[in-house]
Design a protein around this ligand. Structure first.
Ligand code: AMP
Ligand code: MN
Ligand code: MN
Ligand code: MN
Length: 288
């Protein structure tokens, strides 16, 4: 039997800020040759049962997943949780609490945009939301493009939705400690998502890795649609240095917006230990 290599353990559905339903993603993952899949919606597990059933119906092994927004050193860090019990009440309650901040934040974002002459952004963004508890910057970005304010989503982020720009609202997300505890207590493993994206100084990054490990975190996303090839090399080396397990995921959101298709990333370098070997007992297999 050949060793599993095409694992895609990071993507989003309409249950957060993706544009496809979990069932469509399962079919797409299968068609793209994915051998192990996880749907990792932001701060939400409501799509997990659907993703699990759709994956198994496609003959595709499945790990449960989520991507939790965390505030660390005054920046936002994303933690991917994998292989947990998605019916765990404490996990669901923790995620629900962290989602609760999104609506007031979105209203404030709309106020900021109104000040630069963009009216109706809250209502506009709401039209793009699949889950009313999960209004995100991505939904604002899609509305701003379709309303003709910008030509594409990255431009919206650059001009309006990043720190210092009119639609940006600083926000307190979950603590690192809580996010890790929710996932671990539900039987899962945690992974630092796209580590190159945070803009940390080496000192801040070291603090994140050490604190993450101290709270039982074990994985680092090395190969991701959010990393360049050079960043993947750098974080592969750091995974070895810190003795992290390595993860791989496209961070696919939409056929129209995502640069990286499901299941189309380079393999993890052979010297790394993949997260999925340690998650064997948590994988749902078709027909099992
Ligand atoms: P939020 O959780 O509301 O802060 O939204 C964060 C989401 O916005 C991320 O999960 C990405 O999907 C998207 N995003 C963040 N930065 C960018 C960017 N520069 N260009 C495009 N999408 C982005
Ligand atoms: Mn997203
Ligand atoms: Mn992310
Ligand atoms: Mn993501």
């Amino acid at each position: 039997m050949h060793a599993l290599s095409n694992a895609d353990l990071h993507c989003h559905s309409k249950v957060s800020d993706g544009t496809l339903e979990p069932e469509a993603l399962a079919a797409r993952a299968k068609a793209q040759g994915v051998e192990l899949w996880a749907l990792t919606d932001h701060d939400e597990v409501a799509g997990q049962q659907r993703a699990l059933e759709a994956a198994l119906a496609q003959g595709l092994p499945y790990l449960t997943g989520t991507e939790i927004s965390v505030t660390f050193a005054n920046k936002v860090v994303h933690i991917v949780g994998l292989g947990f019990d998605h019916t765990n009440e404490a996990l669901k309650a923790g995620l629900k609490a962290t989602r609760g901040g999104r609506e007031p934040r979105a209203r404030e974002m709309a106020e900021g945009l109104a000040k630069v002459g963009i009216e109706g952004a809250f209502e506009g963004a709401l039209h793009y939301v699949g889950n009313p508890e999960l209004i995100s910057r991505t939904h604002f970005a899609r509305w701003l493009v379709d309303a003709g304010h910008c030509s594409d989503v990255p431009e919206v982020f650059r001009r309006f939705l990043t720190e210092g720009k009119p639609g940006f609202v600083p926000h307190r997300w979950a603590t690192l400690r809580d996010a890790l505890r929710w996932v671990h207590d539900a039987g899962g493993m945690t992974v630092i998502a796209h580590p190159a994206r945070y803009g940390f100084t080496p000192t801040e990054e070291y603090a994140l890795f050490i604190e993450f490990q101290a709270h039982g975190g074990r994985g680092l996303e090395v190969v991701t649609g959010s990393h360049t090839a050079a960043e993947a090399v750098k974080y592969g080396d750091m995974a070895l240095e810190f003795n992290f397990l390595a993860s791989r995921g496209s961070d696919f959101h939409s056929p129209d917006e995502s640069h990286t298709e499901l299941g189309s990333l380079p393999n993890l370098p052979g010297k790394l230990n993949p997260v999925w070997l340690e998650l064997q007992h948590r994988i749902h297999y078709p027909g099992a």
